[in-house]
Design a protein around this ligand. Structure first.
Ligand code: URA
Length: 460
C-alpha cells in the first residue's frame, strides 16, 4: 500500500463487457475518437468505455490522451457524455460500498481553498445529528491544505484504516475520516497528471468529471459540494463556479445521488488560521461557539444542507438543529469520539492549547496605512506552504505546527507597523521568502472596500 493512502478495496469496478461490446471495443481506434471530438461530435457510451479502459490499462499512449484532452478543452462535453465518462472513471478502480451503513451516508467536497477546515466542523455536526459521515479526504498539495494532514497533527490519529475498520468505525460512531484509497479512480489520476502538463486543467467538464468520479467512487448517498470562488480557488469568477456546480450536481443526480452545491467565497482565506494544527485548534473554537464568523457561517451552511439531504428534513430546520448541536457541545463531543476511535489523543481537542507551538513565530508588520483591500488567498497559502505547512510534491513531509495566523483580514483598517499576521515555522531560514510572498498577497486602499459576499448561492 502507498503510505497514507491505504483504504483497501471494498468493492470494485467495471463489469466485464459483453461479447458484442468486446467486439465493438476491439474495432475502435483512439484516433477516430480524437477526430470526432475535435470536430465537435458526441462520443457514445461505448467509445467512452473504450477510452477509459484503454487509458487505465495503459494501452492508449499519453500523446493520444493528451490530444483528446485538448479536443475536450475546446469542444466541451454534452451532459450525457459527462455523466457516462464520470461513471466509467469512478469504476476504473476501488469503489467503496457504503450500503451497509444505510441511506443516511453523506459526504462533502471542497474544490480546494486556503484555511478551509470546514470538514473538521461539518463532519461531527452532521454525524451527531443522525447523518453518517464515512469520508475519504485528501492531503494538501501546493498552496491548498488537506484534511488528512490536519487530522494527523493530532498525536496518534490514524488516517490509514482497513476497509473493515473504516466501515466498523463509521457504523459505531456515525463518523470516520480516512485518507484516500491509492486506487480511487485511477483513470482520473492519469488524466489529471496529463492535464497538468498539457494546459488543460482549467476545463469545466474535465474538472467536473475529475471531482465527481472520486465522489461517486467514495460511495455516499448524499453529497454536498463546496465550490469555492475567488483568488484562492480554481474558479476565479462566479459564472464559471456556477457552471461547474451545475455540471457536478447534474452528474451526481444522474448517478442516483442526492446533491447540493454551495458557492462560497475563497478570495480571502477562511477563518484566521492557515496550517495544520493551527487549523484544528480554530475548528475546535468554532465547535465551542467562539470561532471566526466567516468559518462558522460556511460550516453551518454546508452542514445544514448535508443533513437536509441525508435526513430529508427541510434545510432551515436542519440549520436550527446544527446550531443547537454547536451550542450544547454535542458536535465537539462527536469530534472527540472520532479522534479516540481512530487512535488519537482527544485531550488535544478538549484543550487545543496542548498542540506544540512552532519554535519560531515572527510578526508581519503592515508596510503602510489604509484599508486592506485584497488578500490573495493563493499567495497566503503558498507562504504557509513555504513555512513548512504544505508540500511541493506528493510524499513530502509537512510540519504540523507551521502556518500563518491572520490578525487582519480584507476590509479592515491597519496602521503602518501594526501586526497583520504571525508566521509560524520551525525553520528560521524559510521566513524571508514566506514573508515576501505574504506581503505580495496584500493590497491597500484609502477607500473602504465594498464588503464581499460569503455565500454566493446554493444550487440543487
Ligand atoms: N480537484 C480535482 O479533484 N480535480 C480537478 O480537476 C480539480 C480539482
Amino acid at each position: 500500500a502507498v503510505p497514507g493512502f491505504c483504504l483497501r478495496q471494498v468493492h470494485t469496478d467495471l463489469p466485464e463487457p459483453s461479447f458484442q461490446a468486446q467486439e465493438d471495443l476491439i474495432s475502435m481506434r483512439m484516433v477516430d475518437l480524437i477526430e470526432k471530438k475535435r470536430d465537435g461530435g458526441e462520443l457514445s457510451r461505448a467509445e467512452l468505455e473504450f477510452f477509459v479502459r484503454g487509458l487505465t490499462s495503459g494501452e492508449i499512449p499519453n500523446y493520444q490522451i493528451s490530444a483528446w484532452l485538448m479536443a475536450v478543452y475546446f469542444r466541451g462535453m454534452s451532459d450525457r457524455e459527462l455523466a457516462d465518462i464520470t461513471e466509467l472513471m469512478a469504476h476504473s478502480g476501488d469503489v467503496t460500498d457504503l450500503t451497509p451503513l444505510g441511506d443516511r451516508t453523506a459526504d462533502k467536497h471542497s474544490t480546494g481553498g486556503v484555511g478551509d477546515k470546514t470538514t473538521l466542523i461539518v463532519a461531527p455536526l452532521v454525524a451527531c445529528l443522525g447523518g453518517i459521515v464515512a469520508k475519504m479526504s485528501g492531503r494538501g498539495l501546493g498552496f491548498t491544505g488537506g484534511t488528512v494532514d490536519k487530522l494527523e497533527s493530532i498525536p496518534g490519529f490514524r488516517t490509514e484504516l482497513s476497509s473493515e475498520e473504516f466501515l466498523a468505525t463509521a457504523a459505531a460512531h456515525g463518523l470516520c475520516v480516512v485518507g484516500q484509497s491509492g486506487n480511487l479512480a485511477p483513470a482520473d489520476k492519469k488524466l489529471y497528471a496529463l492535464r497538468d502538463v498539457t494546459a488543460t486543467v482549467e476545463s469545466i467538464p474535465l474538472i467536473a468529471s475529475s471531482v465527481m468520479s472520486k465522489k461517486l467512487a467514495a460511495g455516499a448517498r448524499s453529497i454536498v459540494l463546496d465550490v469555492k470562488v475567488g483568488s484562492g480557488s480554481f474558479m476565479k469568477d462566479i459564472g464559471s463556479a456556477r457552471l461547474l456546480a451545475e455540471k457536478m450536481t447534474a452528474i451526481g443526480k444522474s448517478a442516483g445521488r442526492r446533491m447540493a452545491a454551495v458557492l462560497t467565497n475563497m478570495d480571502v482565506p477562511l477563518g484566521h488560521a492557515v496550517g495544520n494544527s493551527l487549523e484544528v485548534a480554530e475548528a475546535v473554537r468554532v465547535l465551542e461557539g467562539r470561532g471566526p464568523a466567516d468559518l462558522a457561517e460556511v460550516s453551518m451552511t454546508l452542514a445544514s444542507h448535508m443533513l437536509s439531504l441525508a435526513t430529508g428534513e427541510e434545510p432551515g430546520l436542519a440549520r436550527v438543529r446544527c446550531e443547537r448541536a454547536l451550542a450544547d457541545g454535542s458536535a465537539k463531543r462527536k469530534l472527540c469520539e472520532m479522534v479516540l476511535a481512530q487512535g488519537g489523543d482527544a485531550s488535544y481537542i478538549e484543550n487545543p492549547d496542548r498542540f506544540p507551538k512552532a519554535e519560531i513565530v515572527t510578526c508581519v508588520l503592515s508596510p503602510c496605512e489604509g484599508y486592506l483591500s485584497h488578500m490573495n488567498a493563493e499567495k497566503i497559502g503558498a507562504a504557509s506552504s513555504v513555512l513548512g505547512a504544505g508540500r511541493e510534491k506528493k510524499g513530502d513531509a509537512v510540519d504540523h505546527s507551521a502556518g500563518i495566523v491572520l490578525f487582519r483580514k480584507t476590509g479592515e483598517y491597519v496602521k503602518r507597523g501594526e501586526t497583520i499576521a504571525e508566521l509560524h515555522t520551525s525553520d528560521r531560514e524559510r521566513v524571508p521568502e514566506a514573508e515576501s510572498i505574504f506581503l505580495a498577497a496584500l493590497a491597500f486602499s484609502e477607500e473602504k472596500p465594498a464588503p464581499q459576499k460569503l455565500i454566493y448561492d446554493v444550487i440543487g
